[in-house]
Design a protein around this ligand. Structure first.
Ligand code: EPZ
Length: 421
């Protein structure tokens, strides 16, 4: 297993290219199952989760062509030759559940392993299943697998989500494109990745309106055709790297970044006294003289503060001037970075879904352990300005969602290297 060593090395300067969004790619790729024509995705991030999805789709009969080092993927599912998504692949990546809706819509049958939980929570899929039943699917849970059937095809329905679940919205949106009649998904998730999926499905011939709002309307069509679609910019990678110059000092330009992808996050940075300016090529972020001010954060579904940036924000607030209260409302166990930051000298008190951070002058490098994707990158950020050396182990978590992280940061002057154990 690899580790990454970070040594505090003073202010950063330079530019960081932002890749295509992992969480958009992971829902765009299963859309290939909806058509017998090729779907070409460009601006695809080079991540282990993408490789896992390629493996999963190949096991279902998709021909996968990876071009330009992984930045372009051509997915051709002329026929689904196997309708079972096995546990050994699904357990590696929960987003595999997103093949359920498309397979059901295309062929009226799908068997998908329940994803199981992960470090940050139980991650149930009950909203996905209830929504598919509303579309007329017969769902049965047997030996850890979802057995779904729709022998006479799916039928449009009005579905009200109890929670604005991103994955449930994506599964149901894809399924509804081929259902007979009209579907309305109420209390739908509004994330930019949902809008990106709807854009791609429209290019494939789907009739969708209201994506990005709480109510999405889909008029089912007979068939979808192939398309070419660029994956939207990764707002979570963007937000993560925006914090690097704030923590380490200096100024960095994030190529491809746009404020509209992260309005709530940028408002919080503004409240801390950090200036973010849009440039022709992206966003420029500069640290301010002296310590930033502490600020309170509550994670919410989009357009609120993203839960996927909570750990990174906490790393920054560890050395802020004052106290910050972070409330995690989306996942039940998403503070595992806190004990690791405490090993680096941070002062954090966790009680249920709330973490209270009292800023300290400086963190001290220490050996720490990554527990999940966003927690691991928060430890790297903390290490950028800590005194001494921080060794982050189990960085396979990191490789799921950040391509070439050490290259991107060292190009801006960070002292960071990957070691294989
Ligand atoms: C997506 O996960 C993202 N993953 C997550 O990013 C992100 O944190 C999350 O949305 C919230 O924005 C991908 O897009 C691949 P949810 P998802 O369904 O779809 C509960 C990262 O770091 N829930 O909106 O699983 C669930 O338990 C990852 O990139 C149910 O109760 O998120 C959770 O508490 C982490 N029943 C909450 O809703 C369901 O059927 C949010 O889940 C579905 C969800």
């Amino acid at each position: 297993m690899d580790s990454i060593i970070v040594r505090g090395n003073g202010p950063l300067s330079g530019e960081i290219p932002i890749a295509g969004a992992k969480n958009a790619a992971l829902t765009l790729m299963p859309a290939t199952l909806l058509t017998d024509e090729p779907l070409t995705l460009t601006n695809v991030p080079r991540l282990s989760d993408i490789k896992t999805t390629n493996e999963l789709l190949s096991s279902l009969g998709t021909e996968v062509a990876v071009l330009q080092g992984g930045q372009i993927i051509v997915l051709d599912t002329h026929k689904i030759t196997n309708h079972t998504a096995h546990y050994d692949i699904v357990r590696k990546m929960r987003a595999s559940i997103l093949v359920l809706g498309p397979m059901l819509a295309r062929d009226g049958e799908a068997v998908v392993s329940l994803p199981g939980g992960c470090a940050i929570g139980a991650r149930p899929v009950d909203l996905h299943l209830k929504g598919l039943e509303a579309l007329g699917a017969e769902i049965e849970l047997k030996e850890g697998y979802v057995h779904a059937k729709a022998p006479t095809g799916l039928k449009g329905a009005v579905i009200e989500l109890e929670f604005a679940s991103v994955g449930a919205t994506e599964n149901l949106l894809m399924a509804a494109t081929l259902a007979k009649g009209t579907t309305v998904i109420k209390n739908a998730a509004r994330e930019p990745e949902i809008v990106d999926l709807a854009d791609c499905l429209r290019k494939m011939g789907a009739q969708i309106s209201g994506d990005g709002s709480t109510d999405i309307t889909i008029e089912g069509v007979e068939k979808l055709h192939g398309a070419t679609h660029p994956v939207v910019t990764d707002r979570i990678e963007l937000g993560t790297y925006m914090l690097a110059p704030v923590i380490a000092g200096g100024e960095v330009e994030l190529l491809g970044g746009r404020i509209n992808l992260l309005a709530a996050f940028c408002e919080k940075l503004d409240a801390c006294g950090i200036s973010v300016t849009e440039t022709k090529r992206g966003l420029k972020v500069a640290s301010r003289n002296g310590r930033i001010k502490g600020v309170d954060v509550v994670t919410e579904p989009f357009p609120g503060f993203p839960t996927d940036l909570q750990a990174q924000m906490m790393a920054m607030l560890c050395t802020a001037d004052g106290t910050s209260v972070l409330e995690e409302t989306i996942f039940e166990n998403r503070f595992m970075h806190a004990p690791e930051l405490i090993r680096m000298g941070a002062s954090i008190e966790v009680s249920g879904g709330t973490a209270t951070v009292t800023g300290v002058e400086k963190l001290k490098g220490a050996p720490v352990m990554a527990t999940d994707l966003r927690a691991s990158v928060s430890l790297i950020l903390a290490g950028l300005a800590a005194e001494g050396e921080t060794i982050v182990s189990r960085v396979y978590h990191l490789d799921r969602g950040y391509e070439r992280l050490e290259d991107k940061l060292s190009a801006c002057g960070a002292n960071i290297e990957r070691v294989s154990e």
